[in-house]
Design a protein around this ligand. Sequence first.
Ligand SMILES: Cc1ncc(COP(=O)(O)O)c(C=O)c1O
Length: 403
Amino acid sequence: MTPLPVTMESEQQLFFHNYARLPLAITHGEGVWLVSDDGTRYLDMIAGIGVNALGYGDKRLVDAISAQATKLIHASNLFMMQPQFELAEKLLELSGLSKVFFANSGTEAIEAAIKMARKWAAQFGNPDKKEVVSLSNCFHGRTYGAMSLTAKPQYVNGFEPLLAGTGMINFNDINDLEEKVSNNTAAVFIEVVQGEGGIHRISQPFIDRLKELREQYNFLIVADDIQAGCGRTGTFFSYSQVNADPDLVCLAKPLGGGLPLSAVIGSDKVADVLSYGNHGTTFGGNPVACAAGLAMIDAIHKDNLMENAETVGNYINDEMQKLAAKHPQIIDIRQYGLMIGITVNKEAKYYAGKALQRHVLINATSINVIRLLPPLTISREEAQHCITTLDEILTEETAEKNC
Ligand SMILES: Cc1ncc(COP(=O)(O)O)c(C=O)c1O
């Protein structure tokens, strides 16, 4: 049988229609560039939606993966495996927390955290202490629990009923927070920097009040650092920048160096919450993914990539502010390390399409936000290429309008 060509027509024929793919067949990557099947190089400011922290082709990562694959690809959690132990130890060292659970994707980490929160809350003898709440405009994933915390109509419509006992607090609204948490709250889920929601950071007063209310009502704070974590915002965990002091932390995206891996890290408070058989997954903590994760974390530290995220991120912000002064299409810019949101006055996918024509990959989120999540290895010159391209697109748009 001749294989189908990798085209949009074949895509329509083969797959459920749940992804709005770009008409681009990628064969490989080099540094911060993706290469398509016709040999064209694209500057990648998306990095696999915040996954490819080291860009493409990092030899240390590839070597770690091949060395582990040669030894053992999978054995299951019936056994103890060195890379899993080493990665768990590393995450505990970095977080100062007590216990780790590994899964495969962000949404699975959130599911595990929801289950842990409810089981933890059950010990207090209040049958109503089951509520898990999140913040408006958030994104926590697409399985039932995570989707119920996400609750944006575009993710939820048609899939109801959602998980019972979930709720939502208006983002950064302290009055709403005070109204919505109580003795019945088991956990509050936060993204310190909302990613899919358009790059918005939680406010310090909101976090401070949340921590006070945790003292009063005894609930867990769960930091979803799936997109903002692993160095992207300039520190390994984004929550440390606002002293969120979470009880549970969820990591995924870059954690497996591009292989599927996620983790829930928990404090002493929840250390004994799970017992044998309570929760688990066949693939979670796969040794190849863990070896890749270790290589990725090592490279982030050795190459000072968190500092790079901060410096190049600040540079992009400064240059984008200059563009904003020139182009009224830019309404606002929010930048936290290399997590950057640019609000524009029309659908951001218009600019993503124009940038694609110029061989630069940018992402559109929250309708009118351009989101930049480049590899943490990006240089100032490479970032400048993206800025120059955006400048050209905005200038051309104005010229066309004035014709
Ligand atoms: C903050 C956040 N949480 C959870 C998820 C879900 O992760 P996954 O797509 O790996 O299930 C995402 C994915 O974009 C995310 O950005």
